[in-house]
Design a protein around this ligand. Sequence first.
Ligand SMILES: [Fe+2]
Length: 328
Amino acid sequence: MLTDVIEARITRLLESSRVRDMVVEEMRRLMNERPPDVTPLDYCTAVALYYLRELCRQTVGQCKTGEKVQSEKTSPEPSMKEILNALLSWSQYELLGSNLQMVKALGSAIAVRDTGTSEHNLKVTLYAARLAEKARIDEKRLQSLIKGSFLHDIGKIGISDATLLKSNKLTDIEFKQMQSHVNRGEQIIKGVVWLEDARDIILYHHERWDGRGYPEGLKKNDIPVNARIFMIVDVFDALTSDRPYKKAAPFKSAMAQMESQSGIHFDPRYFELFADIAGDLYSRYARCSVENLEREVFDLIGEYFYLDPRDYHLADLFDSIRESPDTI
Ligand SMILES: [Fe+2]
């Protein structure tokens, strides 16, 4: 039953190949050595992938050099440590994918309630990442930026529809309620270790460079970098997008409004970088369909979280299959 599942997977990858039989045979033998705390399916998958990778590497090597490859191993049999490493990599890869899907779903849920569509979250994530790249933000911080962009308004989940969806001017009390979304958001992610680095954006994306923002009235460089970057793109998308109660501002008009707030609302250094790329971002993403935005975000996540298997521990396996599908 179990081996059928794995066999089906491998068959899909390598139809009519003798490699499949070899992998399955080895896998059956290694099943006897499965650690008790690892599920049979995970174990089988890891072992199968490991073998497949090894065999692909050797086969491709033979085809390229025309002779038998000198492998470091005298036998293709991996040690238990190597199998467990492969297993761990695969588990982490799947867990990361699940976590990111959860983050994206949560962010989209609140964006749809707030604006009627998930476009806002997708666009600000793309805008923020491109601005961060332009600013040469390091990769770790960029990962946090992506998570924070998805979740920035998660605290709005606790705001009543009457306030959240009101199209007229908010009363002072309603305005205070609305402002509370940043603290509510912080509370929601508190204790979720994997989301802790999204806190800077969730809590501080309404701070202002001049110190007149909320919730703490932080000023200038006291505002975390990711929040300074994010607030620029959040305002840009709000201005250039249709909402139930307003039409999108034309690009030039939006940029003129924002320009007047550089050094007041926005960090002038990041705004200057944004002004350089805003036209390009606008033409690439502002009128994109949700499907295309989803695709762009998918690629972005793959790039920064190594979700593309070709970039991860299974790199050789997938590259081998891709490069030499007919020779394996
Ligand atoms: Fe917000």
